[in-house]
Design a protein around this ligand. Sequence first.
Ligand code: ADP
Ligand code: MG
Length: 292
Amino acid sequence: MAVSPASAQDLATGLREVGYLAGESTALVAFLAARLGKPVLVEGPAGVGKTELAKALSKYLGRELVRLQCYEGLDEAKALYEWNYRKQLLRIQAGEKEWSELQDDIFGPDFLLERPLLHAISSPDPVVLLIDEIDKTDQEFEAMLLELLSDFQVTIPELGRVEAVTHPVVLLTSNNTRELTEALKRRCLYLWLDYPETAHELEIVRMHAPELPERVAAKLVEVVRLVRELDLKKPPSIAESIDWARALLLLGADDVDEATFRSTLSIIVKHRTDLDTVAERMGVKLGGVLSA
Ligand SMILES: Nc1ncnc2c1ncn2[C@@H]1O[C@H](COP(=O)(O)OP(=O)(O)O)[C@@H](O)[C@H]1O
Ligand SMILES: [Mg+2]
């Protein structure tokens, strides 16, 4: 059933019910997006809940999630639409019509293959459109998106303008590996998602591993916070905190002491040089917490 939140608080409660703990600014921006129909650009490091936010929104709003996973070299044919060449060829080979007639026929809607973007605006029920990791595409692709994001329409040369049947709630995510164009940013609401505050992260960890003793969870979150301060190539994100919590639960750990930390370190630190950094600095930086 489709839902429309009455307030940011209302939306935060709804997201919580589907397993997502939104911070204040996340709830506010998501609320505005749902009500104003503006796309949201969600930027931040990997593993802080950008993709999950879109999934949770689609569940809460009772809308289908249409996901376009971006990658280098992604083009219109994979993102927007493609002609069904095989079907066109078969129709031509059938030889029933003159060429002029055929042309109108085989470049009609019946021969169009909808890719995620076109699907998202032609769906009779409004969807949540997730354009994930937009920073992996190039500026040309961004330019193509502009028409879609500002007017909810696309132009297909053979067919003309295709206007949206329904307006999707659009979330674009970026891991911030390159600057996005000003033109794109201008069309979006902006949400910067960072590593959460300690209390917030503790709540997220406890939601994902409720059986882990609270004291262990609290210490885990504190250790992760300190490890993040070490200037690593890839600091541990919420995803790593959750993995670590689940592992500690499975191992029956009742404390995060130095031995436990050492033996499970590779769950939260995944670069060889980062492992070295942690080993070098851990006495100074983590000694106090681990022995507490
Ligand atoms: N606010 C949150 N509430 C609940 N779970 C979260 C939250 N933020 C992140 N997570 C969890 O952390 C993991 C990583 O999130 P994900 O959305 O994949 O990160 P990103 O897309 O930013 O790289 C997921 O398992 C997700 O469930
Ligand atoms: Mg993601």
